[in-house]
Design a binder for this molecule. Structure first.
Ligand code: NAD
Length: 503
């Protein structure tokens, strides 16, 4: 479906404060998923360009790390102003390459601005502890210091928010950064780099390299890269975690998901059905916190399915920049095929198709569109349930009671998010306490916390410690503890440990 009949612009890398032309022989097309047409190209860099980017980051790291935290925050606040000023332009870039609706892209920019606001308050996050007189004349205090050069590898579904949530925190902590964005949506990163430069960020503190596996491996293996942040699918997250850990690097690798929303018999069914279609089909299901599974408790299941189906049929699929689209296209032909084949096998494995998105072909053969699908009576051993479909498909699993619902949710290898819809505080509290997930919603379908809290899943949804946002301040720093005596010097040899109070 992709054709390159005209000379397309190539998205540059960004190194040492300026665009750097791609010299890679390997080139990938960037396709507008709403039309299926190539709109730009991107060079797939390898070790050479990674070496250049890391050298740039390394040469900037020392001076940036020595820059007072409030001065770093001033630049981040200027960047925040530029994000506000250029929000509409960034949303358009997101929609053009990722496909999500403009309204959703604006929301992504808004959440990115929030992450920058937290980063700008880094003094608060980096405050250490102080204990006076832990022995006679002795005080102990702790503080955190930057790591040096950090690298981030990001997925296609949030071209702005995921990169910003990594680099804003890393830079606020005094590190320099090399970003390797998804090769499917590379343009936003370069625009962000330009805005950071306009905000006054010194050259080399932020760099962007484009590429695929070779660039990622070169970043991990580079001896001057101290820490790796990754967000993407679980198999890749697991491999990145293994490779980085073997080299003794700090690594956080956030993976895929299969989030559940439990609907209790006392829930407001209209509110639950609204939440289900929004969370399952918004962004065409291409969110790590999307809800592909509804676990419906007791005899309200028929009503929940009927009301959700009604809303799914009214959900409008269309280009992200068209008025009235509720969801845009999927990212690629391969993603469409994944959804189609999941639906093909679902019925043979016990599911009953209530709404079939394959039938909806709103734009002929152009673009990677598929409508919302709703599958009832899904079995937990079916492929549809087991795989991360990452498309607009909602599975309904019927259960008898809350304990069975929890058993279903907790048997999933993933643990990114889980929600419950209920009128009962007792059920909510029981759910929040027992559910195996990093982010929990109570009458909230997509419980991505505000950035003043940490974000990251459990199980196969995250490898390594420390998530993003508020948790990232620990990840991007290392601690030091100082024990000092500033009294008259004490003399006398003391070869043995003694309790502090006896010193
Ligand atoms: P992906 O794993 O295919 O790619 C992510 C990044 O890794 C890209 O930059 C890509 O170039 C690189 N990459 C791909 N294969 C690689 C390999 N074999 N070795 C090294 N690097 C490789 O993910 P995607 O399709 O871009 O994004 C969708 C996935 O991301 C979904 O699974 C989704 O759940 C997940 N995701 C998770 C979160 C979270 O917070 N847990 C957030 C957003 C997306």
């Amino acid at each position: 479906m992709t054709t390159t009949s005209v000379q397309l612009d190539t998205v540059p890398h960004w190194i040492a404060g300026a665009p750097a032309a791609s010299t890679s022989a390997a080139i990938a097309e960037i396709v507008d998923p709403a039309t299926g047409r190539a709109v730009r190209t991107v060079g797939l860099g390898g070790a050479d360009i990674v070496d250049e980017a890391v050298a740039s980051a390394r040469s900037a790291a020392e001076a940036w790390g020595a820059t007072p935290t409030p001065a770093r925050a001033t630049i981040l606040l200027a960047f925040r102003s530029l994000l506000l000023e250029h929000g509409e332009e960034l949303a358009s870039i997101i929609t053009a390459e990722q496909g999500k609706t403009l309204a959703d892209a604006r929301g992504e920019v808004a959440r990115s601005i929030e992450a920058v606001e937290v980063a700008a308050s880094a003094v608060q996050q980096l405050k250490g502890e102080y204990a006076e007189q832990v022995a006679r004349g002795v005080d102990t205090y702790s503080f955190r210091q930057p790591l040096g050069v950090c690298a981030g590898i990001t997925p296609f579904n949030f071209p702005v928010m995921v990169p910003v949530s990594m680099f804003a925190a890393a830079i606020a902590c005094g590190n320099s950064f090399v970003l390797k964005p998804s090769e499917k949506v590379p343009s936003a990163s370069v625009r962000l780099a330009q805005l950071l430069a306009d905000a006054g960020l010194p050259d080399g503190v932020f760099n962007v390299v484009h590429g695929g596996i070779d660039a990622v491996n070169a970043l991990i293996d580079h001896p001057d890269v101290a820490a790796i942040s990754f967000v993407g699918s679980t198999p890749v997250a697991r491999e990145i975690y293994r490779r980085s850990a073997e080299l003794g690097k700090k690594v956080q690798a956030l993976g895929g998901a299969n989030n559940h929303l439990v609907v209790m018999p006392d829930a407001d069914v209209d509110a639950a059905a609204d939440a289900l279609v929004s969370a399952a089909y918004g962004a065409a299901g291409q969110r790590c916190m999307a809800v592909p599974v509804a676990v419906v408790v007791g005899d309200i299941a028929d009503e929940v399915v009927a009301k959700t189906a009604q809303r799914a049929k009214a959900f409008r699929t269309g280009p992200g920049d068209a008025d009235g689209s509720d969801m845009g296209p999927l990212i690629s032909e391969a993603a469409i095929e994944r959804v189609r084949s999941a639906l093909d096998t679902a019925e043979g494995q016990g599911g009953s198709l209530v709404v079939d998105g394959r039938a909806a072909d709103p734009h002929g053969s152009a673009g990677y569109f598929i409508g919302p699908s709703l599958v009832d009576h899904v079995q937990t051993d079916s492929d549809l349930y087991q795989d991360e479909i990452f498309g607009p498909v909602l599975s309904v699993v019927r259960v008898e009671d809350l304990d069975e619902a929890l058993r279903v949710v907790n048997a999933s290898p993933y643990g990114n998010g889980a929600s419950i819809f209920t009128a009962s505080g007792v059920a909510s509290r029981h759910f929040a306490h027992h559910v195996q997930a990093g982010s929990v919603g109570i009458n909230v379908p997509i419980p991505v916390p505000i950035s003043w809290f940490g974000f990251g899943g459990w199980g196969d949804s995250r490898f390594g410690d420390d998530g993003l946002n508020y948790d990232a301040y620990r990840f991007y720093t290392r601690g030091k503890v100082v024990t000092q005596r500033w009294t008259e010097p004490r003399t006398g040899v003391a070869p043995n440990f003694v309790a502090a109070g006896n010193q």
